[in-house]
Design a binder for this molecule. Sequence first.
Ligand code: SF4
Length: 766
Amino acid sequence: MHFFIMKTLPRDIIKPARYIGSEPNTIIKDLKDVRVRFALCYPDIYEVGMSYYGLFLLYELINNIDGIWCERCFAPWTDMEDYLRKHNIPLFTLESTTPLNLMDMVGFSLTYELNITNVLNMLKLSNIPLKATDRKGLPLIIAGGALMLNPLPFEDFFDLIVIGEAEEVLIDILAFFKEIKGADKRVIVEEISKMEGVYSPLFEKRPVKRLYIKDLDNSIHPVKPPIPVAGSIHNRLNVEISRGCGNGCRFCMAGFGYRPYRERSIERIKEIIDYGLKNTGYEEISFLSLSSGDYSHLYEAIAYVKEAHKNTSVSLPSLKIGSLSEEEIITIANIARTGFTFALEASSETLRRRLNKNIDLEKFLSQLHVLKKCGWRNIKLYLMIGFPWEKEDDLRTIKDFIKVFKGHGININLAISPFVPKPHTPFQWLDMDEEKSINEKIDFIKKLLKKEGVKIKYRDIKVSQIEGIISRGDKRLTNLFEYLSEKHVRLEAWSEYFDFEKYRQWFEKENIDMEMLLKGKDHDIPLPWDFIDTGIDNSFLIKEFMHAEKGIYTENCYSHCASCGLACKKYFDKEKTGGKELLIEPIHIMPEVSETFIRVSFRYGKFGRAKYIGHLDTMNILLRAFKACGITIKTHGKFHPLPNITMSEALPVGVESAYEFIEIEAGINSIIDRALIKKINKMLPGGMKIYEYYNTTIKNIKSEFAYLLICDEDFINEEVKRLFKRNNIIFCYLKTNRIKDFLKYDTIKRIIKLQLRRINALRTHN
Ligand code: SF4
């Protein structure tokens, strides 16, 4: 098996740790035991992909299969991409630095319309032809994820497409492939495409059924995710408490596309929390759900974290207004690190009726004093604009709403986004509001709230228009993506690289009216995504559309089945538990917070790839390893406690070292000995290691250090002293506070920080 090893990364690459792999919990398999190699790709950069729960789920699921090795790959940032292109280096996996074109299967998880151009760029960087018809052999290119509810605009780029939740069918696909590997590609693809929930654009198959897991509680949940070494956007333990949503908001593709609502039992959630924290040492848990306030055992889950895992905070990504009890608010406020975010969507009750956004506003407003009492001064609200029934009076109501918050001394951060009609929702037939109208509405709200001290953020309407065109697009858009690829469009989710003009150019060239693509459609006209059978009856979507026209609420799935066509059994508890009557029996994995703390310092080193990990990430990695190994660290700060730590001066990225220090205040119950250090070292990324520990401060132990320079020719500099020459390699050293300046010299191959005593010893012995 050919391996491509990129031994060193260029020194001018931003955040090189994005490309080194070797994170704690990374899975490395012995190639002699591997029959199938799978590259799991997320079409955005490392920090985004490493925040995505679905990636960890598939990583653990695939790697649990004998004989199959799943590795990860992310889109490179532009500097790395330029480097790869310039040196003709194909895009590679993090685990083994193997080029994607040498893998057996390459899977993309697609969750956002503007990431499709990244898929094409990643294929191009891997020297893999873009279209399935142009690819003769392996790797097979597979796609899955939320975007597959309308895959037509980009299906031609994939050999196989999985519709819906992939967990179960992926195991079947891989088991089958493991057996048949070596057969003709068309035979393999044809056979796999016959499986339920899977199709290939190379073979006719209509309809294609959406898959969903019936028994969520017994399905796999990742508990040993790789821990990012280049600060991911959400650096925390993701715990998926439920999947799907029963609220039936008529604009929401996730709500309809992931039906029915399913929950994990509280026992399983506790188990996931225990194992997850033990394996990662994370200081924060995020309870993932489309509407976490609806989870039957939310209070119990939060209270469990509070009792059993002290110093661990909880965040709830999305909350429905009025879905939390006062006890839940108080408990969250006690341990939450982030603020509350609520999805209001529409500020008037008339409009909310049309959207089926049935919220208990009165209950929520009556709880504002609790929020304030718990120390919350800021709340983030999501508002959507651009619905066809929207009047000025509807928009005006936001001011009254905000005034109530202000009356309680709570500030509002308002995030406004345009409504984008999505496939498989009751609003799939609606017009998208025009740019001029959206901008006028934003201006109106800005003027309206000018004196209210509200921070307003709004989404670029042009981005939303492109999302709208792609999400309801058809086969014609395949050429658009090829055109964008030729024009080198990528990383569009990053505003600096979103290029609306390129889209406009293509539509003009093809004589396609962009505005027309954003218009609504009649109920009796076939839609490009009709061949995807989500299990929800079209007649139900039409009925819901009619209810929106009339402003009629449909009850949520928790209280009444509206017969959407799924005929689901209820996969959740009927009654929401919560409040004081709960009996919580915590399991204590973490030791009780000790009352007495002692200062402990650790000397550690970073060699090889670990030299690319930045100072802050190094600190977080060490703290998590300490926590995972049972060390209690003293914290300070009431609402957002931070650990009491001291570190030696920041080591520049790219410099190796055997002389780094971190000092903590450790609980006296934390027994720190050689065995524990060994355990901690197992939790560290490859190349990072703790050598010693001392029961004192850094100040008391740290002595003089210097930098050893390993050069391939004589390095002339008055500060640099030559040590010796061996095998044409020159060893020098210097003492400086400006070591970063020396990274620019190509002749210096390695810089290693060492205790001066060690450098003197080198001089004496050579
Ligand atoms: S069958 Fe009933 S309960 Fe199940 S998702 Fe549909 S409407 Fe909700």
